[in-house]
Design a protein around this ligand. Sequence first.
Ligand SMILES: NC(=O)c1ccc[n+]([C@@H]2O[C@H](COP(=O)([O-])OP(=O)(O)OC[C@H]3O[C@@H](n4cnc5c(N)ncnc54)[C@H](OP(=O)(O)O)[C@@H]3O)[C@@H](O)[C@H]2O)c1
Length: 297
Amino acid sequence: MSSMQTSNLEKSGTYTLGDRTVKRLGYGAMQLAGKGVFGPPKDRAEAVAVLREAIESGVDHIDTSDFYGPHVTNQIIKEALHPYKDDLVIVTKVGAVRGEDASWNPAFSKEALTQAIHDNLRNLGLDVIEVVNLRSMHGTYGPEEGSLEEPLSVLADLQRQGLIKHIGLSNVTSKQVADGRKITDIVCVQNLYNLAHRADDPLIEELAAAGTPYVPFFPLGGFSPLQSSTLSDVAAKLGATPMQVALAWLLQRAPNILLIPGTSSRAHLRENLAVADITLSAETVAELEGIGSAKPE
Ligand SMILES: NC(=O)c1ccc[n+]([C@@H]2O[C@H](COP(=O)([O-])OP(=O)(O)OC[C@H]3O[C@@H](n4cnc5c(N)ncnc54)[C@H](OP(=O)(O)O)[C@@H]3O)[C@@H](O)[C@H]2O)c1
């Protein structure tokens, strides 16, 4: 990897995550499992190559879970990157298990959470996990109110035992974050957010004021990547791709946003990591922000 690409990545800036500082452009590993995030990937060698290129390009924040595959994604991360560079922060998540039919099932009992932490440690080859997000299953891809006290207390116990350094929350409401902070420090929040899904605008501001990173999942739209003629028009004008513009908009949206776009291909990885070079004018931002309020195309 050329040094030019590394310095470009640094242009996106950094933010505090737990007691570490990470670049705002990271990588989400969910796309490295098979179709439907189940079983092995089509091209395991490419998956390993994507991870290695991400790190060589300067990525120091990887998002994963042992329920991707299950186990597969973490095992590929370990194969590709272990022993890990000191500056790499691996963030995982717990709260679900996969059924044999690929279903995603809530797994909030003490036994299930403890098992999940041990599975993550073993499959990633770690003695301690830097950050674990408790993924609320009260809602599927959007938060719903409901108590997280019991599972969060289990994670706080595992934290006291030294298996987890920091705890974050995923798919949660502002109230769940505030309630969580009474149990343990909440070092990040990971919710669905992108140009077309802006429900978390107030939460992002709230977290920014507290210095807490907000990590959007599905930054590119996830299973159905963002499609909009406005996005395509803006991208064409800038000589960029629509996906790059979607990421550049997130980087400019708030300083506490950390990006973890997912991809199974090095070509897309390169595209995604190049967005630190894109600056959107106020006029372009206004044009793009029309997308969130427009009807789906
Ligand atoms: N907490 C949660 O509940 C939750 C839920 C979902 C995801 N996540 C995390 O968030 C991360 C990001 O979400 P995601 O991976 O699901 O969705 P995403 O980043 O919004 O989009 C990924 C999709 O976009 C495609 N893509 C990526 N870069 C592209 C490019 N430059 N041009 C065209 N297509 C591109 C990918 O296909 P290719 O593989 O072909 O590039 C894939 O289909 C995940 O990896 C995971 O770590 C968390």
